[in-house]
Design a protein around this ligand. Structure first.
Ligand code: SF4
Length: 367
């Protein structure tokens, strides 16, 4: 039980959200998604142009007629980490979804350790309770209850951890979890993203780039939420939720304990959207990434990220074009062919076999 004045949150595991603690998926240079995939590989047989722009090929057009990746993977929404993993290598991210269970025990252990560190940090600010859920509406209700308990804590100057964010971007519902939010001594709202490292060294620039993209996307979504730009109807539409459906008994009990008199998801959503827009929460001022050594918990370094909205939007548009079926996945660009050396899918990668990475390593291309 939480002490009076302490915040209490429902555990991510209990809520059934695989995205609730998503940051650990990014701590490996060759990270792969763990979320379950549903179809056999459909490797590319053609290579797109160097400029990265979608190219119309007959095969792609035939693929479009069948289904988009969102449909093939039966996804209602994407996690922020789905997109940031694309930033490392889109083709690798796709293989990770299509070929589950290929994560080595060593990498799985690294992820487990990182998740434990995140959990320990979360427990510093609130207790976790497990709540049985009976429907997807319950799952979202738990997410909303967590938000409703965190917003007042943040307003009163406290730290909050594992804050859910969601919003429609380019017609796709994106969800994520912000590691930490707090106000600085100057009164600025600061986001802190914790990245744990297996070795006592800072990541490569390519990994940092991916991390910067991730936190920038969190800010983009969070800012839209507090500015009232997220429409409840779009969330219901994408997640295929029934707002009138009564919540399960355990969720209802938890809501009552928190002082919320609700019976359905719709009631809760109303409270959340009001709370977000009427609480005077500002947009995020500072984006900070902290790199921590897993074994010693030593801070290896931190970085303040400059938010570039136009660049972010361009990237998001490009990544989502794959998800909605406007183009096929792309492997790494010529300059980043070194990523293939540590990639678990190097042996089967059609992009690599196609020669883009190889040939360019031997013969530098003119930009
Ligand atoms: S082999 Fe290279 S291009 Fe292919 S998935 Fe791995 S990193 Fe990406």
């Amino acid at each position: 039980m939480a002490e009076p004045g302490e915040e209490e949150a429902v555990s991510a595991e209990a809520s059934g959200f695989s995205d609730m603690s998503d940051s650990e998926f990014l701590d490996l240079e060759d990270s792969q998604e763990l979320r379950a995939p549903l179809s056999k590989p459909s490797p590319s047989s053609e290579l797109p142009g160097k400029d990265g722009k979608p190219i119309s090929l007959p095969k792609w057009e035939r693929g479009l007629a069948v289904s988009s990746p969102m449909e093939r993977f039966q996804l209602r929404y994407l996690c922020v980490t789905d997109l940031s993993t694309q930033d490392w290598c889109e083709q690798q991210m796709v293989y990770g979804k299509e070929l589950p269970g290929s994560l080595s025990p060593e990498k799985a252990a690294v992820l487990d350790t990182g998740a434990s560190i995140h959990l320990a940090r979360e427990l510093e600010v609130h207790d976790l309770v497990t709540i049985p859920i009976t429907s997807k509406e319950d799952t979202w209700a738990v997410k909303f209850l967590n938000m409703l308990s965190m917003i007042p804590t943040l307003q009163s100057g406290g730290h909050i951890r594992e804050f859910p964010v969601f919003g429609e971007v380019e017609g796709v519902l994106l969800v994520g979890v912000i590691d930490e939010l707090h106000y600085t001594a100057k009164g600025e709202l600061e986001l802190v993203e914790l990245k744990t490292r297996r070795g006592p060294v800072l990541p490569l620039e390519a990994q940092k780039k991916k991390d910067r993209f991730q936190v920038s996307l969190y800010k983009y979504i969070f800012d839209a939420m507090v500015q009232g730009k997220v429409a409840a109807a779009r969330l219901l539409h994408h997640a295929k939720l029934h707002p009138e459906k009564p919540l399960g008994p355990s969720v209802l009990k938890h809501a009552q304990r928190g002082g919320f008199s609700v019976t359905s998801l719709g009631d809760l959503m109303e409270l959340v959207f009001l709370s977000l827009t009427l609480s005077d929460l500002p947009v995020i001022d500072i984006l900070k990434i902290e790199y921590i050594h897993q074994e010693t918990a030593a801070l290896l370094g931190s970085e303040i990220v400059f938010f570039e909205e136009k660049e972010l939007r361009n990237k998001v548009q490009h990544y989502l074009a794959y998800w909605v079926g406007r183009r096929e996945p792309q492997g790494v660009d010529v300059e980043e062919a070194w990523k293939c050396r540590t990639c678990s899918y190097a042996g089967i990668c059609e992009w690599r076999k196609g020669g883009a990475a190889h040939s360019s390593m031997l013969a530098p291309q003119t930009k």
